[in-house]
Write a protein that binds this ligand. Structure first.
Ligand code: LMR
Length: 331
């Protein structure tokens, strides 16, 4: 692998500036990683760069990783096809985006399931959590790890303090039926949209509000086109680092072992850093004069009460035992 200093095109220059883009040498296996968020200042963007740096350093001569952030290569729907076609080798869509392949990941979208990122960490490292990494193998995908992002917050073009404030509004959601049910429980309507379309949909009034992590709200500048953000912590945003099972199994054993071991290290480190990164993004919004609303205990219990019935709707798809196991990680 060599970095493209010296003879770079404008495109290559911008990729160099925004990602761990590298030019691979002849004979090196190219690992392309496509994702949709900011290249830096975001848990996923930073983790992808960290992974590329490790691969490009420790597997130099054997493998070379190129990272394509910001939906520059694919959005989260298209990237799943691209993995099977061998056009990319790694992606990390949020767990809300696998509905076409499994309904089990609906677990992670249940509102107010996890009370903290520590609880999420404990669940994903449990036997149940680890077992869920491989449930899409029949579809040709292997999960290599969970990359956490943070808990989600609501924002809208008017103040949201209690769920009834959202009545009649339209919210952008990811491609998740749990998210749709949650928004409908608030007497609002949901529109599924690709991440790259959210800013302009908010700006032009196609939708009134959205829900996302502090780092997505900050790095995508959603806060600039919303009245304010309400600190609801109502749902998890976590990713599945996913690859094609055929590609992974086709690697030479030694290469695969080294690759998997680097992925495991980076996954652990990235997850350890998430809380701090999310707090920095929250503070960046405050510093940029974004309005953040805190809930009283009474207001928070109204959000919980409004959303709790959503669980029952998805219990059969997920499995009551799995829900119980995840809930147990809160204690
Ligand atoms: C979204 O679509 O809101 C998120 O999945 C984007 C991301 O990858 O964080």
């Amino acid at each position: 692998m060599k970095y493209l200093i010296g003879s770079v095109s404008a495109l290559a220059l911008s990729l160099l500036a925004s990602s761990a883009y590298a030019q691979c040498d002849d004979g090196e296996m190219v690992i392309k990683f496509s994702h949709v968020v900011a290249a830096s200042g975001h848990p996923k963007g930073d983790a992808a760069t960290m992974l590329a740096d490790r691969i490009n350093d420790e597997m130099n001569g054997t493998a070379c990783m190129e990272v394509y952030p910001n939906s520059t290569l694919y959005d989260d729907d298209k990237v799943m096809e691209a993995l099977l076609l061998g056009d990319v080798q790694l992606a990390a869509p949020s767990l809300s985006k696998f509905e076409a392949y499994t309904k089990k990941y609906r677990l992670f979208d249940l509102p107010f399931l996890f009370s903290s990122l520590d609880a999420v960490n404990s669940f994903i490292n449990s036997e149940d959590g680890k077992g869920m990494l491989t449930i899409m193998e029949d579809e040709g995908y292997t999960g290599m790890g969970y990359w956490m992002s943070g808990l989600k917050q609501f924002s809208a073009n008017k103040p949201l303090e209690v769920p009834s404030d959202a009545s009649g509004l339209k919210f952008r959601v990811q491609t998740s039926d749990v998210a749709v049910a949650m928004i409908e429980a608030m007497d609002a309507s949901a529109q599924k949209l690709a991440f790259s379309e959210v800013y302009s949909a908010l700006q032009t009034g196609v939708v009134d509000g959205q829900e996302n992590s502090w780092c997505n709200i900050y790095t995508q500048k959603f806060f600039e086109v919303q009245d304010g953000i309400t600190n609801t912590n109502h749902q998890l945003l976590s990713y599945l680092l996913v690859t094609s099972t055929e590609w992974l199994e086709g690697l030479d054993e030694e290469v695969r072992n080294q690759f998997v071991s680097i992925v495991e290290d980076v996954t652990k480190q990235a997850n350890d850093d998430v809380a701090q990164k999310e707090e920095t993004c929250r503070q960046n919004i405050v510093d940029a004069n974004g309005e953040i609303r805190e809930l009283t205990e009474e207001q928070r219990s109204q959000w919980l009460e409004t959303m709790k019935p959503v669980w029952e709707q998805f219990e059969d798809d997920i499995g009551a035992d799995l829900i119980k196991a995840a809930e147990g990680s809160n204690s």
